[in-house]
Design a protein around this ligand. Structure first.
Ligand SMILES: Cc1cc2nc3c(=O)[nH]c(=O)nc-3n(C[C@H](O)[C@H](O)[C@H](O)COP(=O)(O)OP(=O)(O)OC[C@H]3O[C@@H](n4cnc5c(N)ncnc54)[C@H](O)[C@@H]3O)c2cc1C
Length: 450
């Protein structure tokens, strides 16, 4: 089996590793860096900078922990730290691919026909024949027509890592997951931040109770929330830029950061040459095996238009490798996107999985919602951070866990217990009968599952 993969991000490199392990002859074509945008610009640098901001915030709380301490940000050291993490992760992915015998080809790939990929490399064109092809080219930040990015004062998320200096006053446009993470990150690192929120709530698709905890925290830190404001223009000034909103409000800031979604990298991929359908939004539609309309051409990750998460991209990659290598059996579980856990790395953290309360009400579905605040948790009090809560959503008739939301310290880790329950049809009793460590934040999971 000759598999050619275009794109070496989480979707592409996971599929490559698993398929090569299973015996496929794999070539991964990557135009930038193996590890993908996820490693270079998106998940990893943002979480590394957030971790540094988190340590700084911890120091501001030191007094409440019986300590005297103060911290000062060293931007050069932060830049070196982020670069070192990226390099380490890049090396580990490359090492894994090499150890499994996968070939890596540096260059820009495109389809030349249903079974041919052509790659523009530094040494000229290389043509590859394939039995199976995986398209995993990811996405890039969306730039609305009213915004001109100058990569100096008007930025996308790809310009923000790690900046040579921390902006004094930053205006973040967009209050979805990326917008709130960057707002949190830069306010923790010392910027004055104004967040332009087009609706009346940050994280408009999230549970209002969850969003309220984050809004309170932003306000406590002095973040300016400009609610109900839709940006319609950005004007460069001598000292920065002015954001104009459609209701005549405006924000003057040293830097402006656009966080208004992403667009798939599907242009110039030769999709027509191979007869691969593309949707109006530029994504490649897939079935439950991640096959495009051309059965031997798969698509995964952000290009496939499903949940734009690294974890989902990597899981799609693994499922694709298993499917094309014939490991797919009747017992094989399809990837269920509705059961993917996700987290927002703000302070406090926010994580959820499965069905949301508002969604269940909208569908007229009967659910049981049980909620426990961390204010009642010994571990949270000991750690000096009793903000937030755990909410478990279950079926009132059977007790089967359908979903959950967590706001608070370590939410991104704690949600895994609910994710395992949701994926495996466990009941609330399966969680509450489990003996967790005392004192631990996990104990609240057992308390909330009843
Ligand atoms: C700021 C930010 C933070 C995020 N944080 C998280 C997080 O914490 N957790 C999480 O799960 N998700 C996070 N995401 C989402 C996550 O980054 C994406 O879902 C993930 O990167 C998608 O993986 P992928 O393999 O589809 O594509 P990518 O990681 O984008 O990789 C695609 C690769 O394909 C290459 N490529 C493109 N076209 C070609 C071509 N023609 N030829 C050769 N190579 C090509 C690109 O160079 C790139 O390396 C974040 C996103 C953003 C924007």
């Amino acid at each position: 089996m000759r598999l050619v993969i275009i794109g070496g991000g989480p979707a592409g490199n996971t599929a490559a590793t698993v398929a090569a392990t299973l015996g496929a002859e794999v070539t991964v074509v990557e135009r930038d860096v193996i590890g993908g945008a996820a490693n270079l610009w998106d998940c990893i640098p943002s979480k590394a900078m957030i971790a540094t901001g988190g340590e700084l915030s911890e120091l501001t709380r030191a007094g409440t922990m019986g300590l005297e301490a103060e911290g000062r940000l060293d931007v050069a050291a932060l830049r070196a730290r982020v670069a070192a993490i990226e390099a380490r992760l890049h090396q580990s992915v490359v090492g894994l691919l090499e150890s499994q015998g996968a070939r890596m080809l540096q260059g820009r790939g495109r389809l030349k026909g249903p079974h041919e990929v052509v790659v523009e490399t530094a040494d000229g064109l290389v043509e590859l024949d394939a039995d199976t092809i995986l398209l995993a080219t990811g996405s890039r930040p969306r730039i609305p027509e009213w915004a001109e990015i100058d990569h100096d004062r008007v930025l996308t998320t790809r310009d923000a890592y790690p900046p040579p200096t921390i902006p004094e006053h930053l205006c973040v446009i967009g209050s979805g997951v990326t917008g709130v993470e960057f707002t949190h990150m830069f306010s923790a690192l010392g910027s004055e931040v104004t967040l332009v929120v087009s609706r009346q709530q940050v994280l408009p698709r999230k549970d209002p109770e969850v969003a309220a905890v984050l809004e309170d925290e932003f306000l406590r830190r002095g973040v300016h929330l400009l609610k109900g404001a839709r940006a319609k223009g950005i004007e460069r000034t001598d000292e920065g830029a002015t954001v104009h909103c459609d209701d005549a409000r405006q924000v003057e800031a040293g830097h402006v950061l656009l966080c208004v979604g992403s667009v798939p990298n599907s242009e110039e991929l030769g999709l027509d040459e191979a007869g691969v359908e593309v949707a109006d939004d530029g994504t490649v539609p897939i079935n439950h095996h991640c096959q495009s309309n051309v059965a031997h051409i798969y698509a995964a990750g952000d290009l496939s238009g499903r949940l734009p998460l690294s974890s989902v991209a990597a899981m799609q990659g693994r499922k694709i490798a298993e499917h094309l290598m014939g490991l797919h059996t009747l017992e094989h579980r399809h990837l269920d996107y509705d059961k993917a856990a996700s987290a927002i790395f703000t302070e406090p953290e926010i994580a959820d999985v499965g069905i949301a309360e508002a969604e269940a009400f909208a569908e007229g579905r009967k659910i049981r919602v049980t909620k426990v605040p961390f204010a009642a948790s010994a571990a949270a009090l000991i750690q000096g951070d009793p903000r937030g809560f755990i909410k478990v959503i279950s079926d009132p008739a059977t007790g089967v866990v359908l979903g959950g939301s967590i706001v608070g310290r370590h939410a991104a880790e704690l949600i895994s217990v609910i994710a395992v329950a949701v994926t495996n049809g466990l009941k609330v009793g399966d969680i509450s009968d489990s003996l967790f460590v005392h004192p631990s934040m996990s104990e609240s999971l057992a308390d909330a599952a009843w």
